[in-house]
Design a protein around this ligand. Structure first.
Ligand code: ACM
Length: 767
């Protein structure tokens, strides 16, 4: 990560500002400068630059392709192409080469009333400047609505990325995505200055890229009969049409319905060129030695024993003890390298069930010959040998972080994903490897987004705490992954990664997470552009809603609308709200126990997330009397893995302790465990208390005789909330928490009669 010399920039910028207003780190006027990612430096100028069909473009020869890209953009807004000329005229757009700009992808953009100048050393910098201009142009440009002129605000921008790897991943194996969708995906990445697209091209469920030497990989491997995940999607489609499987990818063959698809080499070369024009590298992944069922179905010689089936967790891998495996792998990758010019090629290497290797005479012979001690070492042998092959072709190997388990060469690039192995990226860096961060939390964009996910992505620090400044340079960036087992359509994919990707884009470009308030305002502006681009982005959350409500006399529900363009609708008969459901009044008065279902709708009828608000009429709970209370809660600690909190009941207590803090104790080091917190809560006033329980994995809170918040089960960090009406004084308190491995998150907040959620004062806990 580069260290940004801020002071130097401000001085230099001030010198540049001959007729502009004062330099500021970010503009207050987020409507005028709704830029995401926000530039390193931006100084607002006076007046504006008006582009007319008579405006000309003068471009340095290095930037002629970018001049054409700019012209494509302006064509959409003006209905005409501008003349690209060598002769500088007064009212002009200039693309200027400047060898003194040292940072890769950096650019300067100077818009005055007379001239628009983009200065850069590399073409990527010019392209990023064009995308900045795009975000300053009216949203109507995205729809191709021609204007007679286009107006841009005067501004001086100096900009460069903090991280070199600003990636998105898309799994096109579990569900296939069309060429036209890949183009849209690339366009959106370019709009937000992301620069690496990692395509997960093969997996157990489908092989998606033509390999001429092994035609059955796509003739057979690209097609499947519907599997259990397809059925799960179809079931969900009953409530949400985004889960409908795209008919475009369903065919009939010999009377059978088959589902899938693949890219021809020609088509994929077209996509690579399309991305390259937008300064995005496509990194292909052919996942091996595991996740190879689609290939093994057609080429069974690839496994050690010719079998092809699921083991306990994963499918049988290809066999590293056989020379024919390497011949196949190298032949496949040779064709892959002919399609993809990327410096980086991803071998996968994750989730390998090595059981069969241990039984294979070929593997045993190889291990004896090479002095390989164990099966992890055999896994590494396969990866290291493939790396040598990649290197011989001038490419670098990337693998998922399992590749370091059996020892790996320091030249391989490690892609970290296993949140439950937090020291993996640290070990890799200390081994000399370059690392790309993609931890499941918060960067698996196939995880259901909620009201906290954008915040988590925005504030994610790619550099693990254990690394020093020098070691931190080995972290070249981060990437969001979109695994598509449950993403069967373009609309669902849009919903899962937008707007989360904009938070990642700003994080990785600026590395200035303090600008979150400004980002949120700019995001509201960006929604208009997303709508113009017909992106099925996830609508903003309806704020401050709970899962469970209680009321004593009557409940009152009011919801602040997060966007003026949305309408909030509701039902009380259990049905899903739709565009015809009644508009939510402010407030909705609730006088009996019932389920209120609410959702926001766009003018076009797109529905946001449905919120199920369960209202229960309850008498205020009376207090209990306890013998002289002692401070804190009494905890039982169980060193075991549980799937549900109730299973702790029959387990052996490992130790007990007392605490007044609801959090995972720092002393706990076991990967899986459970803790029960038992005692009393002493509340200061009568009222409706709300509790917000965030945990990874499960947690259940009981205040008084009933469950207040149920957040049970093995899951990633999620908040659930509930209420209880309490009289001032002491009430029984029970919180059960289980950690399955990886998350280590436990947080409990409260609010009284709708106040802002806060930490529970330590002195409230008694035993
Ligand atoms: C992975 O999620 N298996 C890399």
């Amino acid at each position: 990560m580069m260290a940004f010399a801020k002071k130097y920039y401000v001085i230099k910028l001030a010198l540049l500002l001959t007729c502009a207003a004062t330099a500021n780190t970010y503009a207050q006027d987020t409507a005028k400068f709704p830029l995401i990612p926000y530039p390193s430096q931006l100084a607002e100028g006076k007046g504006s630059f008006v582009i007319t069909p008579k405006t000309t473009i003068v471009a340095a020869s290095e930037f002629s392709a970018e001049a054409a890209e700019l012209n494509n953009l302006l064509l959409k807004g003006l209905g005409k192409r501008l003349v690209v000329t060598k002769a500088a005229k007064p009212h002009v757009i200039k693309l200027v080469y400047d060898a003194s700009i040292s940072a890769p992808e950096a650019y300067k953009l100077n818009i005055s009333t007379q001239q628009l100048t983009i200065t850069a050393k590399d073409a990527a910098g010019v392209f990023h400047a064009i995308e900045t201009v795009r975000q300053l142009l009216p949203v109507s440009v995205e729809k191709g609505i021609a204007n007679s002129t286009l107006t841009l605000p005067a501004v001086i921008i100096e900009d460069q990325p903090a991280y070199a790897w600003r990636g998105m991943h898309l799994d096109v194996s579990r569900h296939f995505f069309s060429i036209s969708y890949l183009k849209k995906f690339i366009d959106r990445m370019a709009l937000y200055k992301m620069n690496k697209l990692h395509l997960h091209l093969t997996d157990d469920q489908g092989w998606r890229i033509e390999i001429k030497k092994y035609p059955k990989l796509t003739e057979e491997g690209a097609w499947r009969t519907f599997n259990n995940q397809d059925s799960a999607c179809m079931k969900k489609a009953k409530d949400n049409p985004d889960f409908i499987i795209d008919k475009e990818h369903i065919i009939k063959r010999n009377g059978k319905t088959l589902y899938g698809g693949f890219y021809t080499q020609q088509e994929m070369k077209g996509i690579v060129a399309y991305a390259a024009a937008r300064h995005i590298d496509i990194i292909p992944e052919i996942d091996m030695p595991g996740h190879m069922m689609a290939a093994i179905n057609s080429y069974p010689f690839l496994t050690c024993n010719g079998e092809n089936s699921w083991g306990k967790l994963f499918t049988k891998p290809i066999c590293p003890g056989l020379e024919t495996t390497y011949e196949f792998a190298q032949n496949v990758y040779s064709e892959i390298m002919d399609i993809f010019p990327s410096k980086y090629i991803h071998i996968g290497g994750d989730e390998v069930d090595r059981t069969d290797w241990g039984k294979s005479a070929d593997c045993k012979a190889l291990m004896a010959r090479e002095g390989i001690k164990d099966l992890a070492g055999l896994h590494s042998y396969f990866i290291n040998r493939m790396e040598k092959f990649f290197n011989s072709k001038g490419r670098k190997l990337i693998g998922w972080d399992e590749i370091i388990e059996g020892g790996i060469s320091p030249t391989a690039i490690v892609m970290y994903w296993r949140g439950w192995v937090p020291d993996a990226p640290v070990k890799a860096v200390k081994n000399g490897n370059t690392v790309i961060m993609t931890p499941g939390e918060p960067l698996y964009f196939d995880y259901q987004p909620d009201q906290y996910s954008i915040d988590r992505v925005y504030h994610f620090n790619p550099v693990p705490k254990a690394l020093n400044t020098e070691e931190a340079k080995s972290i070249i960036g981060a990437q969001a992954n979109i695994w598509t087992e449950m993403i069967p359509s373009e609309k669902r994919a849009d919903y899962m990664y937008m707007p989360r990707m904009t938070a990642l884009a700003e994080n990785l470009w600026t590395n200035q997470p303090a600008q979150y308030d400004s980002y949120q305002k700019r995001l509201i502006q960006q929604y208009k552009r997303m709508e113009a681009l017909q992106i099925n982005y996830r609508l903003p959350d309806l704020p401050n809603l709970l899962n469970e409500y209680v009321f004593v006399d009557e409940g009152r529900l009011s919801i602040t609308n997060p966007l003026p363009s949305l309408t909030i609708r509701y039902t009380t008969d259990g049905s899903l709200p739709d565009a015809k459901s009644s508009e939510l009044p402010s407030p909705l008065v609730i006088s009996k126990s019932e389920l209120v279902r609410v959702a926001a709708f766009t003018a076009a009828g797109t529905r946001g997330d449905v919120y199920n608000l369960n209202y229960t009429k309850q008498n205020m709970l009376g207090t209990v009397k306890i013998a002289p209370p002692k401070p804190g809660l009494v905890c039982n600690y169980y060193k075991a893995a549980f799937k549900q909190v109730a299973l702790m009941k029959d387990a052996k207590v490992d130790s007990t302790f007392t605490t007044n803090a609801i959090a995972v104790p720092e002393t706990v080091k076991a990967p899986s465990f459970g803790i029960t917190y038992k005692g009393y809560i002493d509340v200061p006033a009568d009222g409706i208390y709300s509790f917000y329980l965030t945990c990874d994995d499960g947690g259940v809170l009981k205040i008084g005789p009933s469950i207040t918040v149920n957040n049970d089960g093995n899951h990633s960090a999620q908040e659930r909330s509930g209420q209880v009406a309490l009289k001032a004084g002491v009430h029984p308190f029970n919180l059960d928490f289980i950690e399955g491995g990886g998350g280590y998150k436990l947080k409990l907040k409260y609010s009284l009669n709708g106040s802002i959620p806060a930490e529970i004062p330590a002195e409230w806990f008694k035993n």
